[in-house]
Design a protein around this ligand. Structure first.
Ligand code: AQP
Length: 349
């Protein structure tokens, strides 16, 4: 298969099967994926190899891979139009990650804030995989020479590292890249982060300065995509706020993290801007706003939740979708990895 000289526009992104997907994953990433699917060639991955950078119960991991796949489809991703698969079924991710481990510099990885946060004080005991996570992420994207990566704000630093790795590979191997037929000496694109919308960083419902996260010990801190209507309403009602009514302008809103978070969630669910939500609710008490937010959240998440349940009642069908997606992903990544091997100087038969 002939690769194009310049990579064509192509979208890649993924989520870890490490527990329940939450509203942050949905509004920060998934909603954008569904949009981009209309206009771009898209590849969406369940990144199970990233998940095992911290220990996962094997049975739970297998179930989570299916649950995340079901969430993708229930949210509106079409497995015929886009490629949906789990990472470990396409060995090119691991192969390219090794090459990138040899391109990336220790100093670059040392700066990654996510590793510092996740490893915490017990850094010596963190897995090597957790440390090398950004090289694997670069490989996920560049195994398809993908050009656009829709993610939440928290992934910005890793995306910048992916660009640095692509750039250094292109520089280190420029002559060999030309010899392999790429006239301008560029093999990998520098992937563009797509971080847009009013909810690129959804915060914890218990603390407006902390990101909403799967691994937060308190379930009240997040809205899970599997929560029922009563649970969603209760979590929103109990969400931390300050005592003042809602502000009328965005400048004031920016000074009040909890209010800002809830307004951002409302705007994203309604597909509008924060300013428009403030026009409607500026000056209102939180009790009034929270009631409207709970209704909106239930009306958006309820149908996704119901469809996820329906899909999960047929696990064999989900496995079939992942097998089909993996085959289609390999058809793209295989020839790219073959070229990488030629460029690096590996012999292949
Ligand atoms: N709070 C968030 N707001 C907006 N976007 C978010 N994302 C995650 N949290 C938020 C985006 O969701 C996508 C998938 O994330 P992931 O599964 O790779 O894991 P993560 O970023 O590590 O998510 P968590 O919930 O924080 O998991 P844990 O607690 O296990 O670390 C990404 O595009 C991410 O930006």
């Amino acid at each position: 298969m002939m690769l194009p000289q310049k990579p064509e526009p192509r979208v890649f992104s993924g989520m870890q099967p490490t527990g329940n997907l939450h509203l942050g994953n949905y509004l920060g990433a998934m909603v954008r994926w569904v949009e981009m699917q209309q206009s771009h060639e898209c590849i969406f991955c369940v990144v199970d190899m990233h998940a095992i950078t911290v220990w996962q119960d094997p049975e739970e991991l297998a179930n989570s891979i299916r649950a995340v796949t079901a969430a993708y489809i229930a949210s509106g991703l079409d497995p015929k139009r886009s490629i949906l698969f789990n990472q470990s079924q396409v060995h090119e991710h691991a192969e390219l990650a090794w090459v990138f481990n040899c391109v990336a510099r220790l100093g670059w990885l040392n700066r990654m804030t996510q590793f510092k946060e996740k490893a915490g004080k017990d850094r010596e005991n963190a897995s090597v995989g957790l440390y090398a996570y950004p090289s694997l992420m670069a490989a996920d994207i560049l195994a398809y020479r993908a050009t656009h990566v829709p993610v939440g704000e928290d992934q910005k630093q890793h995306l910048e590292l992916s660009r640095d790795i692509a750039q250094k590979f292109n520089n280190d191997f420029a002559a060999s890249i030309r010899k392999a037929g790429f006239e301008d000496g560029t093999f990998f694109p520098l992937p563009e982060p797509v971080i847009i919308g009013p909810a690129t960083r959804v915060m914890s419902l218990r603390d407006g300065t902390k990101k909403m996260s799967k691994s937060d010990a308190s379930d009240m801190s997040r809205i899970n995509m599997t929560d029922d209507a009563d649970t969603i309403a209760k979590k929103i009602q109990k969400a931390k706020t300050d005592p003042l009514p809602l502000p009328a302008d965005e400048e004031e809103l920016a000074k009040r993290p909890e209010a800002d978070n809830l307004i951002g969630i409302y705007a994203a669910l309604e597909n509008t801007a924060k300013a428009d939500v403030l026009k409607e609710f500026g000056g209102a008490q939180f009790s009034v706003f929270k009631k409207a937010l709970a209704e909106l959240a239930v009306s958006r998440i309820g149908p996704v939740n119901a469809e996820m349940k329906r899909l999960l009642s047929d696990p064999a069908e989900i496995d079939r979708i992942l097998a089909d997606g993996s085959r289609r992903a390999r058809a793209i990544a295989g020839p790219i990895m073959d070229k990488v091997k030629d460029i690096v100087g590996f012999l292949r038969s």
